[in-house]
Write a protein that binds this ligand. Sequence first.
Ligand SMILES: *Cc1c(COP(=O)(O)O)cnc(C)c1O
Length: 509
Amino acid sequence: MVHLSEIAKESQTHRHRREKREAEASEASANVYGTHYAVEELPEHAMSEQEMPASVAYRMIKDELSLDGNPLLNLASFVTTYMEDEVQTLMSDAMSKNFIDYEQYPQSAHIQNRCVNMIAGLFHAPTTGQAGSEQDAIGTSTVGSSEAIMLAMLAMKKRWQNRRKAAGQDWSRPNIIMNSAVQVCWEKAARYFEVEEKYVYCTETRFVIDPATAVDLVDENTVGICAILGTTYTGQYEDVKAINDLLVAKNIDCPIHVDAASGGFVVPFVKPELEWDFRLEKVVSINVSGHKYGLVYPGVGWVFWRAPEYLPKELIFNINYLGADQASFTLNFSKGASHVIGQYYQLIRLGKHGYRSIMTNLTQIADYLTSELGKLGFIIMSEGNGRGLPLVAYRLPEEEGRLYDEFSLAHVLRRRGWVIPAYTMAPNCNELKMMRIVLREDFSIHRCNLLVEDIRQALKSLEEMDETMIKRYSTYVQTHATRGPQGHPVYRDEKHSLQGKTGKTHAVC
Ligand SMILES: *Cc1c(COP(=O)(O)O)cnc(C)c1O
């Protein structure tokens, strides 16, 4: 026999269910901004208990992201902001494939190997020419140049250690020689893998490594010298050949790694006669960012070795699929296959002619922008005519009584949407301030002229501002211009890096 109170309870449950269904139905048909989500804060610290409709989550996140800068106007970064529609489709199709799963996705692995061969060819890598092997160059895709550099650092260290051990010598104090203007990932690589950093410092007039000083610093514990093909500050190419020739002349057994993060996809097309790569006998490894002038969205990079002896076997793990081994040398394991696919598309879609056309256009536009900025009175710090990356690094002339600086100019330009960073040069350069405009594929001469006009207007409005106004501007940019994340409070006061120690600020990527 069913008790009356039981029936009442049941109908109460029914009513609740019905009400919930009705509420959900009205929520589902409501306009996103008519739901209760529009008047509640989004979850920020703890996961919420309940689901939210896909349309609401999509809209809320999309709206928030509109506060990020417009990538097209971000002239601070080398990283690709434009790809053709066709490749976007290919890349989103590949997003659900795990690149490391060679057994399930063998074609993605084959495609990586083709990219390795093609890019290594641009760098004149000697081919190992092993009969029947599909990949004749030694290299791998990475997440970006940072991972590539970590791997190259490990390989140099391991090889040095193996040789020291074999000779019964002390192998506990490896060091690496590099310019103090290195990208921050070199500091990381040295710290993470316990290699002592030996810097060749820049001066007020020299922003690239001094080859003689670098070679003089080499000792029995040196695992290698890093040379940069296109420093992030001024885009200048370091003189790899001079370092190579000095090492050869002095009969010093020390390898060179070339950090060609940006230059690797520019120099082969714009200055093919420049010798910086595996044509030089001391160059044992090279990295390049696929997502910079390789013209792929972030993040993909590549690293190559001259010969198997420079990539010690114990660092390689063979992953077997269908009876064939695919060698794996990475810091991470799973990653999406999209970027490798995107790189292959660009390589076969553009061919050498396509890359050459884009890179020479950019070089030409950089030269034009250089001359326009010169006319506005700026001091140019970068090289033109394809002798450096397609970027313009510049600063304001010394001028008695001028109230504004590069930081305030950056802020005024930001109001219009342009992101052009001001930063402080590498240590020992008298805290030189400078600005840098990076030209990417999508920077046509028309946009260049719009920018020049905006810089002219910005200078004019700065001339008209009084001291307190300008002071507010200069400090504003350095302190809270973008309201960016602050990092965990425990780690905020970092004092061990070149930035922490010397006030060097890093040009972004
Ligand atoms: C960008 C850059 C890096 C870091 O590369 P990612 O691809 O961003 O990881 C390292 N070195 C140089 C010279 C660079 O320009």
